[in-house]
Write a protein that binds this ligand. Structure first.
Ligand code: ADP
Length: 433
């Protein structure tokens, strides 16, 4: 028989990707599709439902993109989506009642009501949280008693298109609606609300839900033994891709901004710094995101210039230049100061020295980030894997190793689709054991 394969699909902010892996993690096929949302959907107050249509189209295009030879071997599938992207669906008809409300859409009208029921500084107390989206819809909806509305996260909805069962989610996606992953239940302040019957039941990410729907199997030549598994959020899926499960291991993402994620034995949350923890089986994934990062580099240098100038940097020599690279005013983590100004002066004559100073300054922000997580009670960092555009700069890696005082290396896999495929693999293993 052909080798069993595991399918992961990522629905990120700009497009959808798939990765098909085997049990050893080798990639057998991958691909991507852009969203073809009608332009009106991109505007505030535009045709939001257009997004759902284009996500569905991308999902089935990706299934059609999988080489036919591999399709019968797909044993399981999982999907990640953007966190706090929310849909309200009528579970009697399957029709979309409202949304999608996108991850970054804000519903300040619901904030007072949410703040009045949730503990102070809870993750749901942000105008873009899933709970604010739900409460805002609940207050404005005129749905009749005959409707049976259910709340779905983006990945729940896409998985539902594949398995057809209502009301299943995972504890990563459910965090921003108020689910407590530590006690593995919704808190009583939430279950006492009238809209709580709309909330999905919650499983671990990568838990088998049901077999793939018959019509999907027959249309795409997929096996009717293929199992659909719960998903996660896109940023957790990207973390999972690096396969760094042990406490003390971390992933720094050096893209337009700097984000760090650390596996910790202890759960740490601090709203002042935007620090919060996701559950990862028996450990916690603690994260923080700074506004510094590659966007500042991109404004100053092209990628070619960055590569060429970096050649002239000696990473063993500390740069005396002390900057705080930001695109605009304001920082959250590891310093919480909405009025912090960018600091990129004095600029030396030499561009290589300037770049060295900036890279070293960003490395110091990264080190301060890991130190802050430690101060807040997280496991100390022991090893850092790197994702994002900055990962390709070996000189920067060497600077960071010196500043952080721990080994730093490039993550082998960084695509969220790969992380989702690992969840599919986990689900298939659960079934076979
Ligand atoms: P995004 O967060 O936008 O997805 P990417 O992960 O694609 O970002 O990374 C792009 C960033 O990487 C840009 O801001 C760019 O300045 C930076 N970058 C590209 N090449 C290098 C390099 N050689 N050294 C450091 N940074 C780099």
């Amino acid at each position: 028989a052909a080798t069993p394969l595991y399918l992961g699909i990522d629905f990120g902010t700009s497009g959808a990707r798939y990765a098909l892996i085997d049990e050893q993690g080798a990639i057998h096929s991958e691909g991507k599709r852009a969203y073809s949302a009608p332009p009106s959907a991109r505007q505030v107050g535009g045709d939001a439902a257009g997004w759902a249509t284009s996500w569905r189209a991308a999902l089935f295009q990706l299934l059609a993109d999988i080489p036919p030879v591999h399709r019968p071997s797909v044993s399981s599938v999982s999907i990640d989506g953007t966190s706090a992207t929310t849909l309200i669906v009528d579970s009697a008809s399957g029709e979309l009642l409202a949304g999608p409300f996108l991850y970054n859409e804000s519903f300040p009208d619901a904030l007072p009501a949410v703040e009045s029921i949730a503990p102070a500084n809870h993750t749901v107390c942000s105008a873009s949280s899933t709970l604010c989206k739900l409460v805002s819809w609940w207050h404005s909806s005129s749905s009749s008693a005959a409707d049976v509305p259910v709340l779905m996260h983006q990945s729940d909805w896409l998985l539902w298109l594949l398995h057809g069962q209502y009301g299943v989610s995972d504890y990563n996606n459910a965090l921003k609606v108020g689910y407590d992953p530590e006690v593995d239940a919704y808190p009583s302040w939430l279950t006492s609300q009238p809209y709580s019957r709309m909330l999905p039941s919650v499983r671990a990410p990568g838990a088998p839900i049901a077999a793939l729907k018959d019509d999907v199997c027959s249309e795409y030549g997929l096996s009717n033994k293929c199992v659909v598994c719960t998903g996660t959020t896109d940023s957790i899926a990207a973390f999972l891709a690096a396969r760094t499960g042990e406490p003390g291991r971390a992933v720094t993402s050096l893209g337009s901004t700097l984000a760090i994620k650390l596996v910790s034995e202890v759960r740490v949350d601090d709203a002042r710094f935007g620090v919060y923890s996701h559950r990862l089986d028996d450990t916690w994934l603690v994260g923080g995101a700074s506004n510094t990062g590659g966007a500042v580099l991109r404004r100053l240098f092209t990628d070619d210039q960055l590569a060429a100038l970096s050649e002239h940097i000696d990473p063993a020599v500390p740069s005396p230049l002390d900057y705080y690279p930001l695109l605009k005013k304001g920082e959250r983590f590891p310093i919480s100061d909405p009025d912090m100004m960018p600091r990129l002066e004095p600029r030396p004559q030499s561009d290589a020295e300037y770049l060295h100073g900036i890279l070293e300054s960003i490395a110091r922000v990264e080190a301060k980030g890991y130190n802050l997580l430690r101060e807040l009670g997280a496991t100390a960092v022991e090893e850092v894997f790197t994702a994002g555009g900055g990962a390709r700069n070996d000189k920067w890696t060497a600077i960071r190793e010196r500043v952080l005082g721990v080994p730093v290396r490039k993550a082998q896999q960084t695509e969220a689709a790969y992380g989702a495929a690992l969840l599919a693999l986990k689900g298939a293993k659960t079934l076979s054991s």
